[in-house]
Design a protein around this ligand. Sequence first.
Ligand SMILES: N[C@@H](CCC[C@H](N)C(=O)O)C(=O)O
Length: 274
Amino acid sequence: MRIPFTKMHGLGNDFVVLDARAQALPPINGDIAAALADRHTGIGCDQLVLIEPSGNADLKMRIFNHDGGEVEACGNAARAVGLLVGGELTIETLGGTIMARPDAAGIAVDMGEPRFDWDAIPLAYAMDTRAMPVGWDMLESPVAVNVGNPHAIFFVEDLSAVPLGQIGPVIEKDPIFPQGINVNVAQILSRDAIRLRVWERGAGLTRACGTGACSTAVGAMRRGLVDRKVTVSLPGGDLVIAWDEDTPERKGRITMTGPATIAYTGSFDWGAYA
Ligand SMILES: N[C@@H](CCC[C@H](N)C(=O)O)C(=O)O
């Protein structure tokens, strides 16, 4: 049996997207996702994205990291799915229901409310998540934020001096983060601009991370380093992140705006992966 797929990316964070709404697909597990994501023997991607029917939203988006682990959220994939399906969409994820809509700058996604409680990150034990009293070599006192998935954000003077490829995997698997962590290293450029690199849990260095941009912007706002709307520049390009003030009607929700791209479509032989 051949299974159709769409190869997409958000600022170079690339996805193999499978759509199980029209045509039922055989069950996808972590091993199959990792085999499809392999850049040498599979199709190759940072994340495999599976679109399924949903009982309480327009669709369900499941996300598997490059290593096959199923995770709660992916900001760039939300924009990709928004582009692929079109229109205004509610998207059910393990991290909560989010909303995507077309925008002049690409796709805008309401990513929901960030969480800051230590057990919502989650961390191994109670501590201040605005400045965690921990450090790894030159990286110290991160902000911890959960935007559907867990992130630690380190603010540094010079981003280019950080060997993220070496230190990222160590922090990702530190027992202080019982579910692992996405590692963000950020340099504040001005009140409305941040430079960011991300070591993603289960995927390594990526060209861009949407939830990383959201959590970094919110972490910087929480520390009073930037205003409520910032441009986050990643190796693959820019995302604009806004975090609403809390109001009685609407809690502080994050909006992420940026491009998404369809690279090509194809199909693969299910028998080679099952
Ligand atoms: N690339 C994504 C995040 C994908 C999941 C992440 N690696 C995790 O394990 O939580 C994004 O654009 O947000």
